[in-house]
Design a protein around this ligand. Structure first.
Ligand SMILES: [Zn+2]
Length: 126
C-alpha cells in the first residue's frame, strides 16, 4: 500500500500549500525595541547587623529596580539601575503599544471571517 500512502501525502501537501484567502499585506509601524514584563522597586536591608534598616522597613536603603517578565517562556527577573529602568520603561511601553496595534488589526479582520462573510443571516450560531 506504499503507493496509496504516497498519493495521500501528496494531496495533503497540496491542500496546505493552497491559499484560501487572497494574499494581502498590511504594514504597521511599531516603536522598537520591545520588552514585555513590568518594573518594580524594593528597598533593601544592608549587611550591617546594627544598622537601623534591619529593624525598621522605612529606614532601608536605596531603591532596587527590577524588571520581571517572560523571556523565551521563562519567568525572569533582572536587577537594573535607575537609568536602565527608564530604558526598560520605554521598551515596555513600546511593547504594550504594539499589542494594542495587533489587537486593532484583529478587530479590523473580523469582517473577513467566514461567518461574517456569509451573505445573509440564517445561521443561528452567529
Ligand atoms: Zn543598613
Amino acid at each position: 500500500m506504499v503507493g496509496t500512502r504516497q498519493i495521500y501525502m501528496y494531496i495533503y501537501i497540496q491542500m496546505k500549500a493552497k491559499n484560501v484567502l487572497p494574499v494581502k499585506k498590511v504594514s504597521v509601524e511599531i516603536l522598537w525595541p520591545l520588552l514585555p514584563g513590568s518594573l518594580s522597586t524594593a528597598r533593601i536591608a544592608c549587611g550591617k547587623p546594627n544598622c537601623a534598616c534591619r529593624q525598621e522597613p522605612e529606614k532601608r536603603h536605596g531603591l532596587d529596580y527590577r524588571w520581571t517578565g517572560f523571556l523565551a517562556g521563562k519567568r525572569t527577573t533582572k536587577a537594573i539601575s535607575p537609568e536602565e529602568a527608564k530604558v526598560c520603561e520605554q521598551m515596555i511601553q513600546n511593547y504594550r503599544q504594539a499589542l494594542e496595534t495587533l489587537a486593532r488589526l484583529v478587530q479590523q479582520s473580523i469582517p473577513e471571517t467566514p461567518w461574517e462573510k456569509r451573505s445573509s443571516g440564517g445561521d443561528p450560531n452567529r
